[in-house]
Design a binder for this molecule. Sequence first.
Ligand code: ADP
Ligand code: MG
Length: 559
Amino acid sequence: MATKEFKAESKKLLDMMIHSIYSQKEIFLREIISNASDAMDKIYYRALTDDNLNFEKDNYYIQITPDKDKRTLTISDTGIGMTEEELEDNLGTIAQSGSLKFKTENESKDDHDIIGQFGVGFYSSFMVADKVTVISKALDSDQAYKWESEGADGYTIAPAEKDSVGTEIILTLKEDTEDEKYSDYLEEYRLRSIIKKYSDFIRYPIKMEVTESRPKKDNDKEFEEVKEVQTINSMVPIWRKNKSELKPEDYENFYMEKHYGFDKPLRYINIQADGMIRYHAILYIPESIPFDYYSKEYEKGLELYSNGVMIMEKCSDLLPDYFSFVKGMVDSEDLSLNISREILQQDKQLKLIAKNINHKIKKELEKLLKEDREKYETFYKAFGRQLKYGVYMDYGQHKDDLQDLLMFYSSKEKKMVTLDEYVSKMPEEQKYIYYAVGESNEKIDKLPQTELVADKGYEILYFTEDIDEFAIKMLQKYKEKEFKSVSSSDLGIEDEKDKKQDEAEEKANEGLFGKMKDVLTDKVKGVRASKRLKSYPVCFATEGEVSIEMEKVLNAMPN
Ligand code: ADP
Ligand code: MG
């Protein structure tokens, strides 16, 4: 039989495909399974309008069969199959997508779940196989055909034997090299994990014979190896289920299954957006800090799915840094994917989704704060610092998103309070939101600078983390009230009489204060009399923007 040649461009393209489009070889299985799923969807869609065609769900599945002796991996489906012409068109022409054509031709039927569109996925099988054989029998044809290719040199098509409608893809795997053990793709555990990772939510069963160790029937102390065909994928993703059907355990199980964390999630969010942008998302707020959270190694991001197929493990564009602790996944059919279905650059839809998600997370945290204070404080203990970082890092740009989520320890309440709680309890004449900076609450309690403010009956927020004062400086105000450090030289509460007295005392003691300043030379800018002290003889006060504590942090930072 005559071997037909790929066109020159196709050769180059195929070479490129095989060597540079995909960053991971294992995705070949995702691509082939996706095609199989599309092929079965096509029968399903056909059955919607064709009365002679019955769609019995049980008859549609994908079978994975590794054969170590022959070194082959076979993926078969009971889908719509391909005619001789279709084999030629779809597999002989790179970037020809029969699925895209199908979608365009059947535009009127909404709710398409068909995955294919670029017409390149199939060729990813050459990343792992020396030879690819496709045996297919189309729904509309009595004759089956075999398409076979060893890569860029071309392919053959010939009649073949196949009883049932569908497609069988046989990959003859490459020889192992030092870098890649292709024979791993024949191992049960490896196949199972690839299927779980990328194709867990394909809506048709993906079956494979697996070996299980089980207690013997007559003697349950001994184990025996049993082979049986199992469905590997979960099929219906939790995010496609009706919210009312789902119990908290379902969310917790999904969290564990996906290895989002070892803890139990503190809160979950299920978003089913169906407006201008359509997407599903299951998001989690973890209970405890991941061990590497505050390290450079930590990578933020959500899993990204397109039509139930995982296309990115950590899509960082979906989360702002200040919500980097959020775990979970997003599935959308509206994404414009690039050819490898891997990297989405500057995608407009993605940006919209990200914005939407950001808003939902914020609302959820606010709700948590209102509904379950204790849980919120657990959350805040773990991730509050990140929120404050958020305020600081983007120059207060996201303060509207974040300021209501902040909490600080209160001198009066002896517990954490929000800024809103602080402001709502301020006496009418109080001008500022007061704060004091120190290493710990106990140390701040003893600060002489707090005396006057506390004496006035005003509440003081305690800042015990380095980031606190920096973040507040970015906020500047909350509900029109400015923040003021208790160490500030002008607290806005000294009355005129006291001020006059201070001035008089200063005059009277000019000589003494001058001497003190000389002795302390570059340590202080000036020495003053003050009525603010009650039980302490002396304290520091600052005039400028940078407090003594901020200066300490800044000095400790590497240049
Ligand atoms: P895409 O899936 O993006 O269209 P592929 O390169 O993965 O591109 O596949 C090319 C085309 O080959 C598909 O669009 C489809 O028409 C056809 N095809 C591939 N695999 C199968 C299959 N298992 N059954 C039926 N048709 C298939
Ligand atoms: Mg495909």
